[in-house]
Design a protein around this ligand. Structure first.
Ligand code: 87F
Length: 513
């Protein structure tokens, strides 16, 4: 990421915005000091803090998730959790702590990750006899119990999910939501009798992740398969949804769904007696999405006025602001606002009124724009007289007067339109960044232009390593993001852009978070 990101934004201006008696434009000193195109890193940091999603914390890489964030997280949970429950996946909770013994059990798995594991070494004044690790993920925590609980084919499938926090002591460039040392996620861990069942689940979960991004966060993603170099080393194959941030030209892994094969079953002796009475090993999957999803959404949709939240995930979908005029009956306007909120809430729309008298309408407009509320409704004396309200869209600033008589239908329609429009705009921007490259020179040029590169590739690990080495620079090396599941046609004789060998598949490349 461009900015350092790991310090409180300089522009904490929220305290300095008392109401001024002067014109409306000047009084709204709420604005951001950085622009999205100017300094993306600083802009992002300002947006998440001024939008009241994040508060920076004393410990580097740790962030306070404020109610405005947690409301989004809960809405996503309220989509995902019932979906996996209909798949017969059960909720569980395993401890936060892992013994060294168990953590080290799967060497391939932990190798490379070891520097990120945080340890508890002391209680009070005394050193622990043996240090205990804090879970960075729960394979090694859970699988000893999978081994215990799975005996026969009737115990399968075993499908568990837990909502929890994990700790990974990252050293590079902490960024709210995107790379934090503690984060929230769901982790699913499942075991099946057959590979086919495991394969099916991998794609079902991946589809839920796509829906989470596209239908809720209005962020377009590519479903794909990770290269051998980029997959989870402990598993058989890794699928992911990949998002793209046009401003930085970086890909970002949105969520992953792994088929673990039988690697962990071997290590943890997760065996069962099959229908023929023979001993067999289970096939396992693991999958997760984290609070990173929220950071991706902020990066994709935010603008120079702050957050822009998709209606489906915004804690407040409609903010109603009263616009008093000198001689007007303020009480009457306030009552109209309250009635409007009640009508909307009764119809299942998340609406609130901001009737604070010590802030001007203009200040409130900026405040709720900063917080990304999808729709603002203003009610003043004229609106009251005309039995209408003024609605202002956050995504494009469009203003329309809506008759109070069909308030609910109009607002519902507008929220749906905003949701769809946000996705369409984001997709258009993403698609405009996709560059097909067939030669090394084209590849390097596109990389310099911050493109999302789609290139024919021979699918050889050594070639990816070479590309990484050759593109290593200050802003990080280019790597594969994924090979899209939906492959464009690959004409026979197409050569790999990097090695000149016959290409096996189309693959997305780029720098990434
Ligand atoms: C950091 C420290 C220790 C990632 C780590 O993706 C271990 C790990 O195993 C580690 N960072 N990983 C890979 C996690 C794989 C897998 N776990 C369950 C998922 C989905 C949820």
């Amino acid at each position: 990421m461009a900015g350092k990101g790991d310090k409180p934004a300089k522009a904490d201006k929220s305290a300095a915005v008392a109401k001024s008696s002067k014109g409306r434009k000047k009084e709204t000193g709420l604005g951001l000091t950085n622009t999205k195109d100017g300094n993306f890193g600083e802009w992002y940091s300002e947006v998440v803090t001024n939008g009241e999603m994040i508060e920076y914390y004393e410990i580097s890489g740790c962030y306070i998730l404020r109610p405005w964030t947690m409301a989004i997280w809960e809405i996503m949970q309220n989509f995902f959790d019932p979906e996996i429950k209909t798949m017969n996946i059960k909720t569980c909770y395993f401890p936060l702590f892992v013994s060294n013994n168990v953590l080290q059990k799967e060497k391939d798995h932990i190798e490379g990750f070891a520097p990120e594991v945080a340890w508890v070494t002391r209680s009070g004044d005394s050193d622990l006899e043996v240090p205990i690790a804090i879970r960075p993920t729960s394979e090694t925590v859970m699988y000893p119990y999978f081994s215990k609980w799975i005996r026969g084919h009737r115990d399968l499938p075993l499908r568990l999910n837990q909502w929890c926090n994990v700790v990974r002591w990252e050293f590079s460039n902490p960024t709210p939501f995107i790379r934090s040392r503690e984060f929230l996620w769901q982790e699913g861990h499942t075991a099946f009798a057959t590979k086919e069942e495991a394969d099916t689940e991998v794609l079902e979960i991946l589809e839920l992740y796509r829906r989470l991004y596209e239908e809720y966060l209005a962020v377009p993603v590519v479903k794909g398969r990770k290269s051998e170099l980029e997959k989870f080393a402990g598993g058989l194959y890794t699928t992911s949804v990949e998002a793209f941030i046009p401003n930085t030209g970086r890909g970002v892994q949105g969520a992953t769904s792994h088929c673990l094969g039988q690697n962990f079953a071997k290590m943890f002796e997760i065996n069962f007696e099959d229908e023929k009475g023979e001993k067999a090993m289970v096939w396992q999957n693991s999958w997760a999405y984290s609070t990173r999803t929220i950071g991706v959404m902020v990066m994709v949709h935010g603008d120079d006025k702050g957050l822009v939240l998709p209606p489906k995930v915004s804690a407040v979908q409609v903010i109603v602001v009263h616009v008093p005029y000198k001689d007007a009956d303020v009480k009457e306007i306030i009552n109209a606002c309250s009635a409007t909120v009640k009508t909307l809430c009764d119809a299942g729309i998340r609406a609130e009124a901001d009737l604070r008298e010590n802030y001007s309408p203009g200040w409130k407009y900026s405040h709720w724009e900063m917080k990304g509320v999808p729709l603002r409704i203003e009610i003043g004396p004229k609106d009251l007289a005309n039995k209408q309200a003024r609605a202002v869209r956050r995504d494009n600033g469009a203003k329309v007067d809506i008759p109070m008589a069909d308030l609910v239908d109009s607002v519902k329609g507008m929220l749906d339109t905003i949701q769809q429009n946000m996705f369409d705009v984001a997709k258009e921007k993403r698609d405009a960044c996709i560059q097909v490259t067939k030669t090394w020179d084209e590849f390097i040029e596109a990389l310099g232009q911050k493109k999302l590169i789609l290139a024919p590739w021979c699918d050889e690990e050594e070639v990816e390593k070479e590309v990484k080495a050759k593109t290593k620079g200050e802003t990080g090396a280019a790597k594969t993001l994924c090979s899209p599941l939906e492959q464009p046609e690959l004409p026979e004789g197409t050569l790999c852009f990097a090695s000149g060998k016959p290409a096996k598949k189309w693959t997305y490349w780029g720098r990434s978070y």
